[in-house]
Design a protein. Sequence first.
Length: 425
Amino acid sequence: MSPSTPPNAPDSPESPAPIARPGEALEANPIQVNLPDEAPDEAWETKAGQNSWGQTDWLEQTRLMPLGDGDRLSLIPTSPDLPLAQRRRFQWPALWPNLWPNLWSNLWPNSPWSTTRWQAAKPALLTTLVVTLGLGLLRQVGTFEPLEVRAYDFMVRQRPIPPPDDRLLIIGITELDIRRLERWPLPDAIFADVFRRLQVHGPRAIGLDIYRDFPQPPGYDELYEQFQQPNIIGIEKKPNLIDPVGVAPPPIDPQQIGFNDVILDPDTALRRSLLLMFEGEETYYSFAYRLASLYLAAEGIEAEYIEDSYFGVALGQATFEPLRPHSGGYQTIQAAGYQLLLNYRAAFAEQVATTVSLGDVLEGKLQPEQVKDKIVLIGSTAPSSKDYFFTPFTKSREGGLDMAGVVGHAQMVSQLVSAALGDRP
């Protein structure tokens, strides 16, 4: 057997097959070799540093490609010196089944995420992914909303209490005032007298958080005359599904009317303030917004709508955007109108602003500096009026630290004014 005769080839007088040289096309059929059924793994591996194109490496000069016919393999020359047409005879797709399982390791042999490590970490990663997606889905449907709201209440209670807002004055109609006057609702003459006493000291705004949709004689004419003052704001209650009638406003200019509707959470706590309502092309303003606007107008501050925003409103140094259905811990709220998260100042009326009783005003105990350039809110603080709300400060639903409606409106006014003037975010 001559040295050029392939192994296992029979002796033949015929001349040996031609050998392809660089630049020549290979016309003969590929040489067929028979390998054992179980070829050692070492035949497929090369030593590190011995597979560069500048070295003579058998695996780099030829590549073994399974053809799917058992142990018969085609030894196809694939040197980079061969013509492109010859190299295209190599069937790449047949190699993918062998490369894909270890593709990452082949591309990045020293990767910390080798196949072995990936297999070990895969259960933990899949568990983390499933738990994360599950928790996110449960949060979206509001499963955790009660817990998140409770956490918010806790943070509100833990905040330091700022000093009372010296721009506000609260006149509360107490249970003692009602007993002394022996009447509820109070007659129009009482409020006409209170307005006269306040106007002497020059308040910026006066808000009456008492419904006056019907005359309460005596004193209707006197009260009507006082309502003509431009710094007095009256209230109305807009119709809704629960109360389709609502409460009409007093006989006053529409620009001096604000609704006193509030929005309660599912647990009946007051955590949001409603600034605006929209009905068709009409926009209605809240009681707190009207009072804050009167005060800020004297400071040269007016609300401006921000273009290219989600109904953003710029008010002095503050920018407001309404709550959305999925805002903060809320996931199931009705976000109609223009709602804000109520930034509570404190739990008690005396901590929110200076507070006096109606009897103090009627007896002349009010000091001029308590009224001048202030926002004055008048409303009931008597428990018998049932104008109380649960708040984040409420310890239990059986009572304790509930807040009168007029104090809640004072909180909203203080929030708007403080934010606009940069005193409190």
